[in-house]
Write a new protein. Structure first.
Ligand SMILES: Nc1nc2c(c(=O)[nH]1)N(C=O)[C@@H](CNc1ccc(C(=O)N[C@@H](CCC(=O)O)C(=O)O)cc1)CN2
Ligand SMILES: Nc1ncnc2c1ncn2[C@@H]1O[C@H](COP(=O)(O)OP(=O)(O)OP(=O)(O)O)[C@@H](O)[C@H]1O
Length: 199
């Protein structure tokens, strides 16, 4: 029966497939330039205080590359962490120091090995499949980020959430479910945009 599935699942899957195909089709040169342009906009628009813990990601598939921005944030005093898949439902964030060894950490991702301490980020650069003008975010459908944010919130940890994407990943409307947590800002090759509160 149709009722056996969450109402939005099919719509989310179709949207995810469509936008990821668009992202996969971007020219490699454009992709590279976009990562640098986003880094420049992020450097101008995102305040970094000494010691702040910023979560990034090691890009997979055709994701926009956050590393130029992460490395410049580190130079400005930020501590960087990267997500690692701990089990099917759980991701955690391990600190990424300049000499940290990176290993395979699930779903084709790279992250710090288990010697690196787990940390709570105050700011998160989040990968995504699609976003809309309200700041709703669609991931790869595993719910990893939504669950990690719910666990943080239960401990009183409420990081600032900045989605990172190409402009072509914007859609009119991301169907939202109660567990989805809205973005505060989106950073793309055309700049940093803030969403109004109360999604
Ligand atoms: N760079 C990066 N690191 C990350 C994530 C991410 O989205 N990007 N994650 C975000 O959660 C976590 C890993 N979880 C992931 C979950 C699913 C897929 C994935 O590619 N799933 C399907 C594709 C889904 C689709 O095309 O509809 C696949 O395996 O093909 C990737 C990462 C933590 N690290
Ligand atoms: N806080 C949560 N607690 C329990 N289950 C959750 C939570 N958040 C999401 N899920 C489950 O995870 C699955 C995927 O959710 P959804 O389609 O919103 O993921 P996504 O936003 O694409 O992925 P992600 O959050 O990893 O970027 C759904 O079955 C959903 O019910």
């Amino acid at each position: 029966m149709v009722e056996a599935f969450p109402p939005d699942t099919t719509e989310k899957q179709q949207l995810r497939r469509m936008v990821l195909a668009r992202r996969d089709g971007l020219d490699p040169r454009f992709r590279y330039d976009a990562g640098l342009a986003a880094a420049k906009a992020g450097e101008a628009g995102i305040a970094i205080v000494e010691g702040v813990i910023v979560a990034g990601y090691w890009p997979i598939r055709s994701e926009i590359d956050p590393r130029p921005l992460l490395f410049s944030m580190r130079e400005r005093g930020a501590r960087i962490c990267l997500p690692v898949v701990l089990d099917h439902e759980t991701i955690g964030f391990r600190e990424y120091l300049p000499d940290t060894e990176l290993v395979q950490t699930g779903f084709g991702t790279m992250g710090p090995d288990s010697n690196a301490p787990m940390v709570d980020p105050a700011l998160m650069l989040m990968p995504l499949a699609a976003f809309d003008r309200r700041g709703h975010r669609l991931g790869y459908g595993a719910g990893h980020y939504d669950r990690a944010l719910a666990r943080f919130a239960a401990r009183g940890v409420k990081p600032v959430l900045i989605g990172m994407a190409f402009d072509c990943q914007e859609v009119d409307h991301v169907p939202n479910e109660p567990h989805d947590i809205g973005l505060d800002q989106i950073l793309t090759e055309s700049g940093l945009r803030s969403f109004s509160a109360g999604l």
